[in-house]
Design a protein around this ligand. Sequence first.
Ligand code: SF4
Length: 705
Amino acid sequence: MQTRQSDEVETTCPYCGVGCGVLAKVAADGAICVRGDPEHPANFGKLCSKGLALSETMARDGRVLHPEIAGERVEWNTALDLVARNFADTIAQHGPDAVAFYISGQLLTEDYYVANKLMKGFIGSGNIDTNSRLCMASSVAGHRRAFGEDIVPGLYDDFDEADLIVLTGSNAAWCHPILYQRMLTARRVRGTKIIVIDPRRTATADESDLHLPLDPGTDVLLFNGLLAHLARVGAMNESYVAKHTSGFEAAISLALADAPSSEAVALGCGLPVADVRLFYDLFAATERAVTVYSQGVNQSAHGTDKVNAIINCHLATGSIGKPGAGPFSVTGQPNAMGGREVGGLANQLAAHMGFENGEDVDRVARFWRARNMARTSGLKAVDMFRAVGDGRVRAIWIMGTNPAVSMPDSSRVRAALKRCDFVVVSDVVRTDTTRFADVLLPAAAWGEKDGTVTNSERRLSRQRPFVPTPAEVRADWRIICDVASRMGFADAFEYADPAAIFREHASLSAFENNGARLFNLGALAAISNGDYETFGPRHWPQPNERPDDARLLAGGRFQTPDGRARFIPVRQEGVAQPANSAFPLALNTGRLRDQWHTMTRTGLVPRLMANAPSPVVELHSRDAAENEMDEGDLAYLATPYGFARAKVRINDGQKPGQVFLPIHWSGQYAVNAGTGPLASPVTDPFSGQPELKHVPLRLRREVKA
Ligand code: SF4
């Protein structure tokens, strides 16, 4: 593969959490050329269909190119003055919790940092949350419960070194394709076995050695059964459990009560008992086993319990921070992990700290010289839009995301935005959400942005500009700082460039706490502008004890009061809203191979649209027959929250009683075609993540093919 050329810019793909390195340049004829970076350790030169089409998504069609107030073009100063004045007035009249920011895993770490600082340190509210809440919040909560902080112990190298990879709630073949290719290579080279746990027979399941199509909501039962099995057959690492963990007795007694035998698990999960035994025996016999989990686990009313059920099994075998082994949560968005590092969730502070510890809050307040430090968590995504709807939040700023489509119960979200006193949207292109903007601000796009992102294995990479930014477009961090200055906080938001923000972020991570922490979070606090400019992909944070080793938690010490990881006793609870006589089916949702989120970029590329030009609902032939439907019919779908329409595809990879609809379509492409209007706003009590994988549904044929 051709090595990097001097005219190519090293940057990072803006789509998924794999974080593939991209080489980009503008050719002499003006054409944009993009290829995989052969030296980037996330992808070694490969790109998936979405990454390969990046150059075709950079057209100016639909681009927001200048600020607007009520749809009319205005000067930047006019728009910024209005935003700052309305936010300040709302805070003065109704308090800081009457305003909110809803941000995005698309933002760079530097953007995230200043948005978080403005809301939590200067406005004085925790009301900043992100669309990553819909993606990985249950993993964050599960890590915090088990490890005492939000640390992902795994590395991509583990996929090369594992003898067993268990993918649960992850259609990696479509959603994280480059990582999935790496797993298939391990199978070819090393003989790694792949087990897929998913109610649907996905493209990932098609390639697996064993597919376990469990019933929705039974993941805790399956992993409780595994924990009980490990204990029964003597496959636990007793010395690790004794030295490095707490709470085993409570967890195993609940697991044994929940899942007394493989037969009971098979019955409860709707699986053949022989397949359950095969999974359990293989896991028990394999020292190097990685469990990869994603949205199918996280997007659940019991997502945090599911995460902890998985982690419990790896604590039992002592496989945390070991090569080729461990639990591995894969993030959906390009900078979901960077957002976690800066604390860009309503219930987090920076550097893995949280609101529950008053000393942490004071530490951050001192570092920021905060004028008005938030003391408590703010509203999580679903609750935030409820508060917009009932008037508790009167001014909201939405950055780089499209909640009018992507939030569950999106009809209610649109109604809330319509009635909200003041809506600011900063984005690259016009979306369903920009229609609600009182003030619309033009933000820099991929190829113009300059900063850092962090991928699923905590590897920092740079996004670098390689095309000029349009004259009236600004970087997100710059827009946020411009507003902060006008609100009277200029001294705290005077940054010359993204490198200055990054240094402050890294310094905060080290501030006052380095000695007491397991990880050297502040290693990059003094990075020069030159080094920031040239730095290549690197892991962060690093362990204090072994600074050259990227692997975390290998030493068996955890950021808990007693230094031990915690087993969390969890019980099988099922789905929040079972199917019923009015809504006899269950809707599952997910991504397609060639599309990204609400298609604001990938929808621009004809060859990405070719495989699925319109929304398709997939259902089992039995359900099609019972509902008198044929392939290609137009179906009307209804849940307790709303309705949508999609073409029927008959697919016996669906379990009877369950239908699948992709998340991508929005009002831009087809009215009521995506999952937003249908999806449930029921959330996990610990993470606030909505249950997007299961909602009761009915359907009928509307138009015959
Ligand atoms: Fe981009 Fe993800 Fe595809 Fe890599 S796998 S090219 S990061 S979309």
